[in-house]
Design a protein around this ligand. Structure first.
Ligand code: SF4
Ligand code: SF4
Length: 489
């Protein structure tokens, strides 16, 4: 898999932005005509030193949520988040934290990463006290966070991360530990983990491109995004050449409302960066992540839902038995698969191979089919006069599926968020209607993005119609795949 884009080219000539150069007089309360959020810049510029206390509090909260349930008795059948801490912790992680952080990228970009995340903050803290080795090429490889996302997604399913506190502690505690180790060894006053390896960061970064917040240089320099290890940006962005949102964790360190050449915070229309993806560094790695990552998350739901999973498990079991490989009926290590006899859930190697195999097949089928639909859309765009070559056009057009994929992931992985709505008195049919409305909106948004991306490829309005229809088929395919996981069969 060849993954390369110009954001990984180390830049030798980085212009340092002087954020202390106070020459600009601004009204701190203003939201100026260009949608600049001066009041926000002002607030964080004056309070960013207090963020360490927020990080410390979040670190403590995370430790309590992840590890305290390990020392408590299992909750009873009737336990609720209001009367049992283990259930409360599970609800907070899957019913609030995950869906809200995921949704927040639309409204506030990667604010979770820069302002709240205890894992990234711990990684940077370790970096300040660590070995500060140069980041090796293997870590800088753009496929690295894709690999870590897929490993975490598969592992999450085999250990039962949504059901068992031990698995939650293993997966999130493991990510936290890795963030600290990577931070301790590699990088120089930055966050190598957040830029190169974090599976959550990659996902938030990709979807933050749809968001309404952008951090942009007051004095932009031509040339496109560059990777800058000697930048004071913790995720190594060359600030003058910053065009894309995905690596910006919104730490506000480069923001000074009074400085002439710092970075400013602006509002933009939702999806604007994707509409103009051509000039915002579309990346092959992102497209691969989008296809493989969404596919593996989908696989994590479908094995629980589709009868084909049981059929595959049955056939696999018969094959193992016919080959006298009886060990397949034994359980493996606790850190690799769910072994909880007290909760009547014990996976054996057959379960492990079946889950991994089924998820791999779903990932592969999803990737191949959506790639094929996108290739046909690209071919049609070429036929009707796209100004881009096939590879570039394919890359850009793949971004049109982001809204439908995001809503699918949100409804699928954040299903518990919708359960909260029942407290407001909504019944199941009302919830289904809300989900269908969200789903329909996402498909229309995807269609709109496809239309705008094609316009940027210089296709006249009439010439865009046919490639838009195949683009719509791609969105419907994503929706079709998620349907059983979200709405039931
Ligand atoms: S990239 Fe990952 S570890 Fe870093 S701040 Fe974001 S979620 Fe946290
Ligand atoms: S661009 Fe600025 S706000 Fe974004 S991560 Fe870098 S220093 Fe922080």
């Amino acid at each position: 898999m060849a993954i390369n884009d110009n954001s990984t080219t180390a830049s030798a000539e980085i212009e340092i932005i002087d954020i202390t150069n106070s020459v600009e007089v601004v009204n701190p309360k203003a939201v100026d005509q260009n949608n600049r959020l001066t009041w926000l810049e002002w607030f964080f510029h004056h309070h960013k030193d207090k963020l360490r206390w927020v990080h410390l509090a979040m670190f403590g909260l995370f430790l309590v949520l992840l590890f305290l349930p390990l020392f408590l008795a299992d909750p009873g059948e009737q336990a609720t988040p209001l009367d049992n801490f283990t259930v409360f912790s599970n609800y907070l992680m899957w019913g609030l934290w995950f869906p809200l952080v995921f949704l927040s990228v639309i409204f506030t970009g990667r604010s979770w990463c820069g302002l709240l995340c205890p894992m990234g903050a711990a990684s940077e803290w370790a970096n300040k006290r660590g070995l500060r080795r140069r980041i090796p090429a293997i870590i800088r490889w753009e496929g690295m966070p894709i690999v870590s996302f897929i490993i975490i997604t598969f592992l999450g399913q085999t250990v039962g991360v949504r059901d068992h506190p031990e698995a939650l502690a293993e997966v999130f505690g493991g990510v936290m530990l890795m963030a600290i180790i990577v931070g301790f060894i590699w990088g120089n006053k930055n966050r190598a983990w957040c830029r190169h390896m974090c599976p959550i960061g990659l996902m938030l970064g990709l979807f933050s491109r749809l968001g309404v917040v952008q951090f942009t240089s007051k004095k932009p320099k031509a040339g496109g995004d560059k990777y800058a290890e000697n930048s004071f940006c913790p995720t190594m962005i060359d600030l003058r050449q910053k065009r894309e949102s995905r690596h910006c964790i919104e730490c506000f360190r480069c923001v000074n409302p009074e400085a002439k050449s710092s970075v400013m915070v602006k509002l933009r229309a939702p999806g604007k960066e994707v509409e103009e993806i051509k000039t915002h560094n579309p990346g092959a790695a992102e497209v691969w992540f989008f296809l493989l990552g969404t596919g593996s998350a989908l696989g994590g739901f479908l094995w629980l839902t589709l009868p084909e999973y049981e059929m595959m498990r049955q056939s696999l079991g018969e094959w193992f038995i016919s080959n006298e490989m009886y060990w397949v009926g034994e359980s493996g290590p606790w850190w690799l698969m769910s072994v909880h006899p007290e909760r009547r859930e014990v996976f054996n190697w057959l379960d492990f191979f079946s889950i991994v195999g089924f998820m791999a097949i779903v990932t592969l089928v999803f990737t191949v089919v959506l790639s094929a639909i996108n290739a046909i859309t690209t071919y049609l765009a070429q036929l009707f006069g796209s100004a881009d070559n096939f590879k570039q056009s394919f890359k850009e057009l793949a971004y049109q599926y982001m809204p439908v994929a995001m809503v699918s992931l949100l409804i699928g992985l954040g299903g518990k968020l919708f359960e909260w709505l029942t407290i407001l008195g909504l019944d199941n049919s009302a919830l289904i209607s809300i989900k269908i409305a969200l789903f329909s909106f996402s498909i229309i948004w995807s269609l709109w993005l496809g239309w705008k991306i094609l316009a940027r490829q210089q296709l006249k309005a009439r010439a865009r119609i046919v490639p838009c229809i195949t683009g719509l088929l791609g969105s419907l395919f994503v929706g079709f795949c998620w349907w059983p996981a979200i709405f039931g069969l």
